[in-house]
Design a binder for this molecule. Structure first.
Ligand code: 5GP
Ligand code: SF4
Ligand code: MG
Length: 458
């Protein structure tokens, strides 16, 4: 998912619309915006893309100087309308809007506890537990309520919490999701990715820190800690696949990181080939890096139909397979009679690689060598990206050699974990360089409650 917030801007909803538009790659299932005019909260949300949910009229209706927005990519809780964010709660003591990127691993337990104490949930989303925890806390100030509630949450979260008079921003103690702050004139802006700042002309200030609570209100911006930061675990898939190449995560540009992943991959292999090609759009950067390092020319061997969404996000395997066909076509003249290195960013179910090997061979490629700019994904992710059940992960059950056969490639190479860390190049003395590697290594940075989490996923 993607979150965006702005405080102190005369046209907060319009800015949020633009912000969400540039975060669209983070979720295409639903979008929403809630604004405050200082007295009340008002929101609009719906299924689909940002430009499908909002039009000029709907935006004009959202008058206010503070806003939060969300683009949804369903991993937990299901795709119902009520689960589209921001979640908005009205009560006599004031309203509350919530937008969340990530996934809480102890949401089911918290929910059971809260329900046994009388809370009535409106959604099946893991996000809603925060609203109830905030409401139940005995504190009077919203900041104290939020500060009391956050430490009970486990998992990955970048949270925006808005009331009539305040915007609060929190990042989990492991800092698993990207979240950055910027300035636009007198306004403050928060976004999942820095590409959202560039679009609206906001000036990047800094990243939100793990365990930090930022409070923005009439008095300006104020920062506190609700938890001590523990071993940072920024999601590796944000660099590898998920984020936009023009974003910077913790000071590292995503395109440049991907290019280094490709270079590192080339260093780890020794394949003779005629051309290197990438899978648009996500692995182009890595393919360019691979070509640069290996000296084998980069060519556009595959083109993408721009009018098909991300295949992975389609809910069923059948739809995903059809999606790949609709999405990619080989450039016959480029690959015919050639030994082709096909660089992709990841293999999850193996659908994409298998299909592309077939496409390239049908288009006359003599050999197809598949090089993946990440290690094999063998373990489920409980943090809101990627898959949540191990059965779906082809590398969990097949060695690279077996997988090579399954996808019909002439060779298959994955990047090593060490290579991944080195190529991304975060400054950190931790053995994991401040990155989460759980889907590769099975070493989860938080408790995970596996039994609970397997069931709660869609
Ligand atoms: P597969 O086809 O093996 O199931 O998934 C891997 C392919 O899907 C890659 O080409 C990758 O770019 C694309 N992809 C789309 N969405 C995701 C996602 O959320 N996570 C990962 N790892 N890959 C994804
Ligand atoms: Fe990211 Fe993988 Fe960690 Fe999930 S398990 S947060 S996808 S690195
Ligand atoms: Mg891809």
């Amino acid at each position: 998912c993607g979150v965006f917030g702005i405080w102190g801007h005369s046209n907060a909803a319009q800015m949020t619309y633009y912000g969400l538009h540039s975060l669209q790659h983070r979720g295409q299932e639903g979008a929403g915006i809630v604004v405050t005019d200082g007295e009340r909260l008002k929101g609009t949300k719906g299924h689909g893309l940002v430009n499908e949910v909002f039009d000029g009229e709907k935006l004009n209706d959202l008058t206010g100087t503070g806003a939060i927005g969300h683009v949804r990519y369903t991993t937990a809780g299901g795709g119902g309308f009520e689960n589209i964010q921001p979640l908005l709660f009205h009560s006599q003591t004031g309203s509350l809007a919530l937008a969340h990127n990530g996934n809480l691993v102890n949401a089911s337990q918290l929910r059971r506890q809260l329900e046994s104490q009388g809370s009535i949930f409106q959604t099946t989303s893991d996000t809603e537990v925060l609203a109830h925890l905030i409401r139940k806390s005995g504190f009077t100030s919203m900041k104290d309520k939020v500060k009391y509630a956050l430490p009970m949450l486990k998992g990955a979260y970048a949270f925006l919490v808005m009331t009539e008079t305040e915007l609060m921003v929190a990042l989990d103690p492991n800092g698993m999701r990207p979240l950055s702050l910027a300035r636009l004139g007198d306004a403050y802006v928060i976004a999942s990715e820095t590409c959202a700042f560039d679009l609206i002309g906001a000036e990047y200030l800094r990243d939100v820190e793990p365990g930090e609570l930022v409070v923005i209100n009439q008095e300006g911006l104020h920062s506190e800690r609700f938890a001590t930061p523990t071993n940072q675990a920024m999601c590796s898939m944000e660099y590898i696949y998920f984020s936009r190449p023009d974003s910077d995560i913790n000071g590292i540009n995503v395109h440049s990181a991907r290019k280094r992943l490709g270079k590192q991959l080339a260093k780890e292999t020794n394949i003779e080939a005629d051309v290197v090609t990438g899978v648009p759009d996500s692995s182009i950067s890595a393919a360019i890096g691979f070509a640069e390092e290996s000296g084998i020319p980069y060519e556009m061997g595959l083109i993408k139909n721009r009018y098909v969404g991300r295949t992975f996000i389609q809910p069923t395997q059948e739809m995903r397979e059809q999606g790949v066909k609709m999405k990619l076509s080989p450039v016959r003249k480029v690959v015919e009679g050639k030994r082709v290195i096909m660089v992709d960013d990841s293999i999850v179910r193996g659908t994409t690689s298998k299909r592309i090997v077939k496409l390239l061979k049908e288009a006359g490629a003599k050999e197809v060598h598949v090089c993946i700019s990440s290690p094999p994904i063998k373990h489920p992710c409980f943090y809101g990206i990627d898959t949540s059940t191990q059965e779906e992960l082809i590398s969990a059950f097949h060695s690279p050699e077996e997988l090579c056969e399954i996808i019909g490639a002439d060779s298959l190479t994955f990047l090593s974990e060490e290579g991944l860390l080195k190529a991304i190049g975060r400054e950190s003395t931790d053995s994991n360089c401040g990155q989460c590697l759980a889907c590769f290594s099975g070493k989860y940075p938080t408790e995970i409650y596996p039994a609970e989490n397997d069931q709660s996923k869609t």
